[in-house]
Design a binder for this molecule. Structure first.
Ligand SMILES: *[C@@H]1O[C@H](CO)[C@@H](O)[C@H](O)[C@H]1NC(C)=O
Ligand SMILES: *[C@@H]1O[C@H](CO)[C@@H](O)[C@H](O)[C@H]1NC(C)=O
Ligand SMILES: *[C@@H]1O[C@H](CO)[C@@H](O)[C@H](O)[C@H]1NC(C)=O
Length: 283
């Protein structure tokens, strides 16, 4: 009796456990992040002459590190739009126009934009992230246009609940006035160590040359904030529920099979059944 109970209830557990995914280690869900452009940026434009560049930033400490020939104040416009009216921005239209002398030309640039990035569904997460847009060309440019997505890049799964502010820290410490703080390699080295970042996927860059005299160099970037598939670590009850569903599914199969065997054994008398009649003593 105990043996058959054991044979019915234990093997499904072993099978469920041995087959992949009894303990769900990660799961995914979809969420559109709540992204806002923080209106912080750094722009560096390189001229074809080695070592000559133009730069500007919203960080005044960075600007004050530049010499008079290198600083160039651009005209910046940024418009974020909520296309589907769900209360979250879906895209940023960022344009910058850099006035140039007719003798000047630009062959490459790097543009750093800073974002505030929030998630609500599982972890309540807030962090500062960046988009880096860069391009270089052999020919001097008149304009650059790019269309891309700000994509989440996860090295490790998120937690299933709680507040996550691990990366709610400034990417560029604007209070600092040392040159190394504003060095892109310093910024990227720290940023790339993070387990959770965003990247600008620059899918369709268009570089145009043939700038007319007195014309500015312009950069237009359209950045979409798409819905992301986010990986997270399931909580205890989700694990139990998932394990239970698998166990019960296999158990039902076992119960059914055992019932069939029992019926077969008794109806077709696979074993010799000896019926022992008790001897009745007659007087
Ligand atoms: C982005 O903004 C610029 C200037 O504000 C405008 O000329 C351009 O058409 C806009 N682009 C898109 C895709 O909305
Ligand atoms: C993240 O940082 C910003 C700015 O320091 C702060 O206003 C905000 O409350 C922080 N978010 C959370 C969830 O702590
Ligand atoms: C990033 O992930 C690594 C590996 O899982 C972990 O050791 C580290 O603590 C994580 N860093 C943060 C800030 O969570």
């Amino acid at each position: 009796m105990h043996l058959s109970l054991g044979l019915t209830f234990i093997p499904p557990l072993l099978i469920a456990y041995r087959s992949q995914g009894f303990w769900m280690t990660t799961n995914t869900y979809m969420e559109q992040p709540d992204v806002t452009f923080k209106k912080q940026l750094m722009l560096i434009l390189n001229k074809p002459q080695p070592g000559e560049f133009l730069a500007w930033s919203t960080y005044s400490n960075f600007n004050s590190l530049l010499d008079q020939n290198s600083i160039r104040i651009p005209i910046v416009s940024s418009v974020e739009s909520d296309v589907n009216g769900d209360g979250k921005f879906d895209q940023l239209n960022f344009t910058v126009s850099i006035p140039l002398e007719s003798t000047e030309s630009i062959t490459s640039f790097g543009l750093l934009l800073i974002f505030d990035y929030k998630l609500y569904r599982m972890s309540t997460l807030q962090m500062e992230t960046l988009a880096y847009i860069s391009h270089s060309s052999v020919s001097a440019g008149s304009s650059f246009v790019a269309y891309g997505d700000l994509r989440l890049y996860q090295k490790t799964p998120l937690r299933h609940r709680g507040v996550d502010t691990r990366f709610n820290t400034t990417i560029v410490d604007s209070a600092d006035s040392s040159a190394s703080t504003y060095d892109l390699s310093t910024i990227f080295s720290a940023y790339s160590q993070r387990n959770l970042t965003t990247q600008f996927l620059n899918k369709y860059p268009v570089w145009k040359s043939g700038r007319g005299a007195q014309q500015p160099f312009t950069i237009e970037v359209i950045i979409s904030y798409p819905t992301e598939t986010i990986t997270y670590q399931p909580g205890f009850w989700e694990l139990i529920k998932w394990g239970w569903v698998q166990y019960v599914t296999i158990l039902l199969l076992f119960l059914w099979v055992f019932r069939k065997i029992n019926i077969a054994v008794f109806s077709e008398q696979l074993f010799n059944t000896v019926i022992v009649h008790p001897k009745i003593k007659r007087h």
